[in-house]
Design a protein around this ligand. Structure first.
Ligand code: ACO
Length: 403
């Protein structure tokens, strides 16, 4: 076993590892992944088994508390979440201040940060009861906040959560129902969403999770820490990749469907273009999440039989890239975001909402890491070092004498 207390005493030389490729920032007992073998486990359970057998709230419980809930614990957890699905009525006016074309990730991070203004009774990270309520509030309210951001963009009235529905069904209802027309929930849609949320639920020390831990290490409250994580997720090299991927597929369709042209562009080192949805920092053989989602994607597309050229272009791009020497040599496979973008499109979810869905999925992982960090006996504020490369000491020149 590693003696962390001894490791902490080691000081002196600073190691430089840009992008943290080989540097562990923490110990963690939440998620195990092996990029070479394509293994992903939450709390020891293989992702394939969990995806087949659990709903999203069971996975959330597992990640946050360390074990799968028994029937009584699951029922109590669900009931706690149901109790908090509404957001404070006055928070609705937040949405009036945003322009209609605001990106929903900007709205999401702002409104989640704003939860700390309305729920001041659950801000103290050292009070277990307050932490518990803030966990329930976040899991319950994030889908409501997210669906309202979509309704804001299309000008329709906000739809209140329906607590008789499951987590995924409720989100679809808030997104697509209107006061004049109910929305018939297709169980296959709800199941595809369940799978997507589960495979995105945690992925150890990725950019947004490290951000949540970093911000939380200063004892910032959970709402503030999660708001920061949402901002980190927004970038196109992280959570924004599925949106960037569908935008790219749309561009290929508009450009006549010539996938080879885009593959050649991605191989050409004289430009910065990359095939969105291909490659992964950790998975160098295959992404186990992509395998699960690809099967769901194929099932859904076959069932819906949609007349959309984007799906055909996606299939051809995948096939051609997988046979191309450049991609094979560099072990660049379609990642989870390649298929998730295509599924969201098939579900009728607008492209700007894709990363928002990722945030809903990743929320229990962020909470679990924040919680684990606070429970760690040797918790300290995160404070990375740097290797300074600027000027040595310089002589000051008064303003009127500067060239
Ligand atoms: N298209 C073309 N070439 C690529 C791609 C791509 N999508 N991804 C990597 N490469 C090439 C690089 O140019 C580099 O080539 P070189 O060795 O000839 O210089 C080589 O493959 C290695 O690439 P790196 O940038 O070193 O790989 P890194 O691990 O740093 O990056 C990343 C991983 C960011 C995911 C990258 O593959 C990428 O930009 N992919 C597209 C964006 C994307 O899909 N992101 C989603 C990630 S999944 C997630 O966040 C859930």
């Amino acid at each position: 076993a590693i003696d962390i207390s001894q490791l902490r005493k080691l000081t002196g030389a600073i190691t430089l590892d840009e992008g943290f490729v080989n540097t562990g920032s923490t110990t963690s007992a939440i998620t195990f992944l092996d990029g070479e073998k394509g293994i992903l486990r939450y709390r020891g359970y293989p992702i394939e088994v969990l995806a087949q057998n659990c709903d999203f709230l069971e996975i959330s419980y597992l990640l946050i508390y360390g074990d799968l809930p028994n029937a009584a614990q699951a029922a109590e957890f669900r009931s706690n979440i149901r109790e908090h699905t509404l957001i404070h009525e006055e928070m609705r006016s937040f949405y009036d201040g945003f322009p209609r074309d605001a990106h929903p990730m900007a709205i999401l991070s702002s409104v989640v940060g704003g939860l700390s203004t309305f729920y001041q009774d659950s801000l103290d990270p050292s009070d277990p009861r307050q932490v518990e309520i803030s966990i329930h509030r976040l899991l319950a309210k994030l889908p409501t906040i997210a669906a309202y951001s979509y309704k804001k963009s299309n000008g329709q009235p906000f739809m209140y959560p329906q607590n008789r529905l499951g987590y995924c069904e409720n989100f679809l209802q808030m997104m697509f129902a209107t006061p004049t027309e109910s929305y018939e929930i297709d169980p296959d849609f709800a199941d595809a969403l369940r799978l997507l949320l589960i495979v995105h639920a945690d992925h150890e020390q990725n950019c947004s999770t490290s951000t949540v831990r970093m911000v939380g290490s200063s004892n910032a409250n959970l709402f503030a820490s999660i708001s920061a994580g949402i901002c980190a997720l927004w970038g196109p090299l992280h959570g924004g990749a599925n949106e960037a991927c569908v935008n790219m597929l749309e561009q290929i369709v508009a450009d006549g469907g010539d996938v080879q042209k885009y593959i050649d562009m991605a191989k050409d080192k004289t430009n910065n273009f990359r095939l969105m949805g291909f490659g992964h920092r950790v998975y160098k053989n295959f992404d186990p999440r992509a395998k699960i989602i690809k099967a769901s994607c194929d099932r859904l597309l076959e069932k819906l039989d949609l007349d959309d050229p984007l799906f055909e272009v996606a299939q051809r791009l995948e096939e051609s890239a997988l046979q191309d020497e450049y991609f094979v040599e560099r072990k660049l496979y379609p990642n989870v975001d390649f298929y998730s973008g295509v599924i969201y499109r098939a579900l009728g979810i607008p492209v700007q909402m894709f990363t928002v869905l990722f945030a809903i999925g990743r929320l229990p992982g962020w909470i679990a890491h924040w919680h684990e960090m606070h429970q760690s006996p040797g918790k300290r504020i995160y404070r990375p070092r740097q290797v300074y490369t600027g000027a040595t000491e310089r002589a000051f020149v008064p303003l009127d004498q500067r060239p």
